[in-house]
Write a protein that binds this ligand. Structure first.
Ligand code: ASP
Length: 317
């Protein structure tokens, strides 16, 4: 029988609250071994072992945890008796963890993220079904399951009956069980980052532009981080006041940080030809949170906006 290792990190799938209720629970409250043992039919699909990496709400995930997952998956992937890895993860930042792993892992075995929208103590929890799906994909590949948009990349996200590429999966519903879709982020050869010796990633701030948004946020963020991602309006636009502040970030006399311009719109892209401030970087089709992951990775190699732009150029629609 094939062997799968489940790396558990917490989330709603491990959440506990008032029995029968879907809301008002605590994420990351139940040990993963107990959750896995309770999934009907799992033992017929694979021999599953469980490692509890952490037990948190995924809104508390850190780059140190991403790096811990990365190094453990690398260790497991070279073991001849391991066929695949499943990561149990909170849904809120699952796409960021998936994006990080897609850009840093180079393994030939499936790595499948899953989670749940309802806690384990709900009347009808979705975690067991999602976990069963993820394990099936980990042993049988994408072909094991119908539906979804995955092209067969190694980092996958299995959720609510669908299998998606980890890089393109995006949470698009705050409450529904079918919370993820695979967005078309057309990629050629992906950037790949080796992080040997890196203990944590540089901090990056994501700034959301809205009508009359306070431009003082820009200087504040520049002072406290190594880079900024702007979730601009439309195809990456913002006000004259923001233009003035962002100009200072990229070419002023004070601290300079790279600024990547993404969009708060869920479809489409930001291209270099439309950038309002010379010296900023176009995120192309990467949404703000994933653009922040790529910028954090890029900053381990370079601060040069031209070099950073080359990484983003891979993500055209
Ligand atoms: N807040 C939870 C988490 O991301 C939500 C979930 O798992 O669905 O950990």
């Amino acid at each position: 029988m094939k062997k799968v290792v489940v790396l558990a990190t917490g989330g709603t799938i491990a959440g506990a609250g008032e029995p029968g209720k879907n809301v008002g629970y605590k994420s990351g409250a139940i040990e993963a071994a107990d959750l896995v043992a309770a999934v009907p039919g799992l033992a017929q699909v694979a021999q599953v072992s469980v490692e509890q990496v952490c037990n948190i709400n995924s809104d508390d995930v850190t780059s140190a945890i991403w790096l811990r997952l990365l190094s453990r998956i690398k260790e497991l992937a070279v073991k001849p008796d391991v066929d695949g890895v499943v990561i149990m993860h909170g849904t809120d930042t699952m796409e960021e963890t998936a994006c990080f792993l897609a850009l840093t892992l180079d393994v030939q075995k499936p790595v499948v993220l899953t989670g749940a929208m309802r806690p384990a103590t709900a009347a009808e929890p979705d975690g067991p079904t999602n976990l069963l799906l993820a394990v099936k994909v980990a042993v049988g590949g994408v072909a094991a399951v119908a539906g979804g948009t995955a092209s067969g990349g190694r980092v996958l996200l299995a959720f609510a009956g669908k299998v998606m590429d980890g890089l393109s999966a995006q949470k698009i519903h705050a409450n529904a069980l079918d919370a993820f879709v695979g967005m078309p982020v057309g990629v050629g050869a992906l950037p790949h980052f080796e992080l040997d010796g890196v203990a944590e990633l540089p901090k990056v701030a994501v700034l959301y532009f809205n009508a009359e948004a306070d431009p003082a946020q820009v200087a504040f963020a520049a002072g406290r981080s190594e880079g900024i991602v702007v979730a601009g309006a439309g195809a990456g636009e913002f006000s004259e006041a923001w233009i003035a502040e962002i100009k200072k970030c990229v070419s002023g006399p004070g601290k300079r940080v790279p600024v990547v311009v993404s969009t708060r719109i869920s479809n489409g892209e930001v291209v270099p030809e439309q950038l309002l401030v010379p010296g900023t970087v176009a995120a192309y089709a990467l949404p703000p949170a994933k653009a922040a992951v790529l910028l954090r990775l890029a900053l381990t190699q370079t601060q040069n906006p031209g070099s950073i732009q080359k990484f983003f150029k891979k993500f055209v629609v």
